[in-house]
Every structure is written in structure tokens, then in C-alpha cells.
Write a protein that binds this ligand. Structure first.
Ligand code: FAD
Ligand code: SF4
Length: 601
């Protein structure tokens, strides 16, 4: 019985407890169970089945406010996130500053699969430089591992979840091994124009990398690459791959995908893990403490069963936290004991430190060349078909740019299904129009807008961290997190550079910028947390005095306690973090399995 109650979970014997069912937890549970480990997954949110619950085919007029976003449904009525958002009822957090420059906003999802039900599915590999940033420019921290150590796991994750893209041989934008990537979708008309004009400015434009199946996964050869020497696992995953359909280019991926064509933990990681018979899942289980045995090892975890509001305890040989970076840190900070008065695994004092998000800034342009195009279907793969990787590595290294780390550009345009606001705010172009003229204007300008979003690397700093608040508690009496945040000039200058670049591309397309180009980076940059790529807080390293975990994301202080989300990241490359969270989780899972086989755990 894979979905179980807390009474059963308390009775059963497990090899590993995994806390959280998102990208990190899903990948960890998959990798462990397929290789025979018995796993209990605890998830604070409710059970969620994308196959039956995804509102894929509803049209905007079927929703209140024609699906417009509201404060409790920020990404629109049909968005996949249930019980989540910037605010989660009964689960507050504290911001030490309210202004945009010093604020950290925290997005959470409380549901099986976490944020993977919604995420934009942009799945980029970190490059070799991204694992050794300190060695390159003397700022931030190196990872205690190299790209070469992570590369086999990137290959495996791509083969398993399905990622489209191309190998382009560009600097610090790694190629995948042969057969790992699926063919990308065709570019949209606006993509082609952006590519043509941006390339003239020296900005590369290549196929996007997204976790969407553009064709069926290779279920004949991939299983042996994923699970060499394990025919049981190969059979399970081959069968599951055949049950996933390819994308039919019609519906917004942010609502989820009931045909399992994009990656969500509950459609990709959890079904084969459950089919292995080795995974039990307990939802509505809010973990708040890692419990310790007399031997100093983790015994298990303590959680609130949200259905009964009662405290429960479960045990296992090893514990893996994958509750999302800040939430895993919170659990550790709240696991206080005489031995660990400042939080578990915090002998270095580094727990909660070096929190990072992605630098973000956006600009929209209107392009006369794209006006009044003949009607055609441009729905596409529910997200970007192309993007621009960072290109100014050499200029940056020689100090010409005034900021140390780069960004990539995500862009979008085209004629997706119109929704509330599609023809709103045209006055700056039309001077204001009504009736038949307004309809004419709406048709003319529909599809002529392009949006650019920069996604850049933030350097970890001493002023961006979280700690537990001494007063505020959530509805179960668990102390909540208090956030401190500061951008450095490296990030604000980078944001100003993004604005300048986007304006240049828009101009090169013969277009005009909507609004103004922000030259003040402090105003151009999105507040901390807003890009929802938060990582850090439990840094991995080679020195126990300066880090929370070793290179295996195993805490220095508690040998059978591991982390499998973004918390141990020593840096946050411009590349969106989730593919790296998954690759790293699989790497850590292999280490746990190896140590269990050697009876060291
Ligand atoms: C709008 C949006 C767009 C995004 N787009 C991209 C993108 O294109 N590319 C990219 O790389 N990333 C993207 N991300 C970020 C991506 O979703 C996260 O990096 C990723 O989901 C992190 O995985 P995780 O397992 O650490 O956390 P999550 O996916 O958040 O999963 C954590 C799980 O743990 C559970 N949990 C939390 N606390 C507890 C507790 N105390 N006890 C038990 N369970 C708990 C949560 O309920 C949740 O289910 C996006 C995110 C959002 C919201
Ligand atoms: S666009 Fe494709 S992958 Fe995205 S939800 Fe629709 S069918 Fe699924």
C-alpha cells in the first residue's frame, strides 16, 4: 500500500526517510527504490495526482476573472500550485526588511511534487566554471566537486525525465552525451527574428533546454544506461517510459500535464518508484525535527500529522532532507538538543548562511515587423523554444564589465491563446481606441510583443541568510524562518547590463521598448526570492569548520543525515537550479546505496 497512514509509517522498517517530494525528494526516492532500498517519503502537502487533477483543457472564460492571477493564485486560476504561493496560510515567515532591495520573498508549494508541478521546466546544466567560481575570479566558493563528477548524473537525469535541446559546443554551456537530449521544437516566428538580430549583436541564440517530451523517450536503450546491471529496474522504467506521451503543443505547462509529457515529480519520479514496491508515501506530514539516537546518529524524524495535529515519530537507517533549501535548513535549525544547541549539523555555525537566489530583470518590446501576421498556431511547447546562454566570459574575466558573473536570457513572444490583458494597455501605441478601431488594433498588435528576462548568477554574501525567529511560530507551534537579504554591486550592475542588452536587441529588431530602460541596477533587479531559484543555507565543502556537509551532502556532524535539495549549493550559477538539484540528488543517492551495501550506514 504505497500511500500510507502515520500509524503504519511508525510501525514499518525503512532504510531511508526522505523528507519532501519535489525535484530533490522525488529524484532521491526514485534512485534509492529502483536500486532496492526501502524508502518512506514524508510530504507536508496533500496528495496530488496530476493525471486526474490537471485542468489542461479549460479555457480562460471558464475561470473566475478569466483566469487572471490573484494573491492566492499568483499564476492564474488554473495554475498547478495548490496550497502554496508567496504566502501559505498558517505558515508565516519574517522579512527583516520590506523594501525591494532588502527583501526576501519565499515561494512554497504544499502538495505532492512541490514546485515541480508548476515550474517552467527550463533544465540547464551548470558548466565547468560554475563548479569552480572562486578559482576563476576569487569570489564566493568553489564546489568540492567538479563538472566531470556531475556530468554522468546530468546525462542520467536527462535520459530519465526527458529534456529537449541541442549540443552547441559553447563556452561553459556543456554538451550532453549522445542520445541524452530530445529534439527541440521549431522556433516561433518571434524567436527567428530575435535570433537573427541578437546574433548580429554578438549574442548567441540556441535551442532552449526544457523538460518536455518532444517525442517518446527511448525506452529500448535508455533503461540499461540508467540502471546498468539491474534488469528489474530496467523493466520498470521501460514500462513507465512507454506510458508517457509526447507533447501535443497546445496547453500551458504551468497547469501541469495529465499526459505526463513534461517533468513533474508525481508523473515521472514517483510512479516507477511506487511500482518498485519499495516506496511508502505519507502526505500531510509536516516534519520539524530530525531525532537523534544516543550514538549521535539520526534515528529518524518527528512530524505533525496535519490530519490529526498530533506529533509522530518515524525511524530509519538514514535520513535525507529535501524539503526545499530553506525548509530543510529550518528543520535543522529547529532540531536543537544539548549536543546541538544551535541546530543540528551546525557545529560550523554556517547553517542558514549564504542564501542565494537568481538575479532577475525584464523588459518588453513591441516589434512592428511582427504586427498583423497571418493567423497561425504558435502555442508550442508551453514555454521557451530558444534562449541565449551567457556569452561575455572573456570580457568579464578581464574586468571589462564591472560585475563578476553572467546571465542567460529567456525570451518569449508569439500568439499564445489570448487571455485577460492580451489587448490591454495598448494606449501607448494607439493613443486610445474604441469599438471597431480597437478590434482592429487588437488584431494588429496581438503577437507583436517580445519579452526578455535575464537570469543571472548571484555571489553568496554574509548578509543574505536565514535563521529561526525567536517569537513567531507557525500554526503547529514550529518556529519560522526570518530572512536577511542584500544584493552586492555585482548583482545590481548585472541587472542594469541586462536592461541595456534587452533594449539593444529590441532596437535591433526595429522595435520600441515598453516603459523605460532602467539604468539604475538597484531598481532594475527583482527582489530576493522573486525568481524562485533559492539555494544555499547548508553549504557543502571540504572543510568541516567552514561547511555544513561534505561533498556527498552528508552532514559533517551526523553521519547518516544527508541533504538532497538546493541547500548545499555553494554557488547559484545563472543556470536554473533544478536539473542540478536532481543530478546532485542522484549522485548522493548512489553514495547512500554504496555505504548501505558496505554496512556503513
Ligand atoms: C513559478 C516557478 C517557475 C520555476 N521555473 C523553474 C525553471 O524553469 N527551471 C528551474 O530549474 N527551476 C524552476 N523553478 C524552481 C523549481 O521549482 C525548484 O528549484 C525545485 O522545485 C526545487 O526542488 P526541491 O525538491 O528543492 O523543492 P520543492 O519542489 O519545493 O519540493 C519540496 C517539497 O517538500 C515539501 N516540504 C516542505 N517542508 C516540509 C516539511 N517540513 N515536511 C515535509 N515536507 C515538506 C513541500 O511541500 C514540497 O512538496 C520554478 C519555480 C516556480 C515556483
Ligand atoms: S504543452 Fe505539452 S508538455 Fe506542456 S502541458 Fe501541454 S502537452 Fe503537456
Amino acid at each position: 500500500m504505497p500511500f500510507i497512514t502515520s500509524a503504519i509509517a511508525e510501525k514499518n522498517q525503512y532504510d531511508v526517510i526522505v523528507v519532501g517530494s519535489g525535484a530533490g525528494g522525488g529524484q532521491m526516492a526514485y534512485a534509492l527504490t529502483m536500486e532496492g532500498a526501502r524508502v518512506l517519503m514524508l510530504e507536508a502537502g496533500r496528495k496530488y495526482d496530476p493525471v486526474t487533477e490537471t485542468p489542461m483543457f479549460q479555457t480562460p472564460e471558464q475561470a473566475p476573472l478569466r483566469e487572471a492571477g490573484t494573491s492566492d493564485k499568483r499564476f492564474g486560476f488554473f495554475d498547478a500550485t495548490v496550497d502554496g504561493g508567496w504566502e501559505v496560510p498558517g505558515e508565516p515567515y519574517v522579512q527583516t526588511r520590506a523594501d525591494a532591495a532588502g527583501r526576501f520573498d519565499w515561494w512554497r508549494a504544499r502538495m505532492l511534487g512541490g514546485r515541480t508541478n508548476h515550474w517552467a521546466r527550463i533544465a540547464l546544466r551548470n558548466g565547468p566554471y560554475d563548479f569552480k567560481p572562486y578559482s576563476r575570479d576569487g569570489l564566493g566558493f568553489d564546489w568540492p566537486i567538479s563538472y566531470e563528477e556531475m556530468a554522468p548524473y546530468y546525462d542520467k537525469v536527462e535520459l530519465l525525465i526527458g529534456v529537449y535541446g541541442t549540443n552547441d559546443g559553447l563556452e561553459n554551456t556543456p554538451d550532453s552525451s549522445p542520445g541524452c537530449l530530445l529534439p527541440p521544437p521549431k522556433p516561433l516566428v518571434s524567436d527567428l527574428l530575435i535570433a537573427q538580430r541578437a546574433r548580429k549583436l554578438g549574442v548567441p541564440v540556441i535551442a532552449g533546454h526544457r523538460a518536455v517530451l518532444t517525442q517518446q523517450l527511448n525506452w529500448k536503450t535508455s533503461p540499461a544506461r540508467l540502471h546498468p546491471g539491474n534488469p528489474t529496474a530496467q523493466k520498470l522504467i521501460a514500462a513507465d517510459m512507454q506510458r508517457r506521451a509526447a507533447c501535443f503543443w497546445a496547453t500551458p505547462c504551468g497547469r501541469g500535464c495529465s499526459i505526463r509529457a513534461n517533468y513533474q515529480s508525481p508523473t515521472v519520479h514517483l510512479p516507477p518508484a511506487l511500482a518498485s514496491g519499495q516506496l511508502d508515501i505519507l502526505t500531510d506530514a509536516m516534519v520539524h525535527e530530525v531525532t537523534l539516537g544516543k550514538d549521535g546518529r539520526a534515528r529518524g524524524v518527528r512530524f505533525v500529522d496535519k490530519r490529526t495535529a498530533k506529533q509522530r515519530d518515524v525511524t530509519a537507517r538514514a535520513v535525507v532532507l529535501a524539503a526545499s533549501a530553506c525548509e530543510s535548513v529550518r528543520i535543522l535549525l529547529n532540531s536543537k538538543s544539548a549536543q546541538f544547541p544551535n541546530g543540528l549539523a551546525n557545529s560550523s555555525g554556517k547553517l542558514g548562511k549564504y542564501l542565494m537566489d537568481t538575479v532577475g530583470s525584464s523588459l518588453v518590446g513591441q516589434i512592428p515587423l511582427l504586427e498583423s501576421l497571418p493567423p497561425h498556431n504558435e502555442d508550442g511547447a508551453g514555454g521557451g523554444h530558444m534562449y541565449s546562454p551567457w556569452w561575455l566570459y572573456k570580457e568579464q574575466l578581464t574586468g571589462k564589465l564591472g560585475f563578476a558573473r553572467g546571465y542567460h536570457i529567456e525570451f518569449g513572444g508569439g500568439r499564445g491563446m489570448p487571455s485577460l490583458g492580451t489587448a490591454a494597455g495598448l494606449e501607448w501605441l494607439t493613443g486610445g481606441s474604441y469599438g471597431a478601431k480597437f478590434k482592429e488594433d487588437a488584431r494588429r498588435y496581438y503577437g507583436s510583443f517580445v519579452g526578455f528576462s535575464g537570469r543571472g548568477q548571484m555571489i553568496p554574501n554574509e548578509d543574505s541568510y536565514c535563521e529561526t525567529d525567536p517569537v513567531v511560530q507557525d500554526q503547529w507551534g514550529i518556529p519560522v524562518l526570518r530572512f536577511h537579504w542584500k544584493w552586492s554591486a555585482h548583482e545590481t550592475r548585472q541587472a542594469a547590463h541586462m536592461q541595456k542588452t534587452f533594449a539593444e536587441i529590441i532596437e535591433a529588431m526595429g522595435g520600441r521598448v515598453r516603459g523605460h530602460v532602467e539604468t539604475d541596477g538597484a531598481k532594475a533587479i527583482a527582489p530576493g526570492g522573486r525568481i524562485i531559484h533559492e539555494v544555499g543555507g547548508a553549504i557543502m565543502g571540504a572543510d568541516p569548520k567552514k561547511s555544513v556537509t561534505n561533498k556527498w551532502c552528508q552532514t559533517w556532524d551526523v553521519k547518516n543525515l544527508f541533504l538532497a535539495d538546493g541547500a548545499p549549493f555553494p554557488s547559484n550559477a545563472d543556470k536554473n537550479p533544478t536539473l542540478t538539484i536532481m543530478a546532485n540528488a542522484w549522485r548522493v543517492a548512489d553514495r547512500i546505496l554504496e555505504r548501505m551495501r558496505r554496512k556503513e550506514l
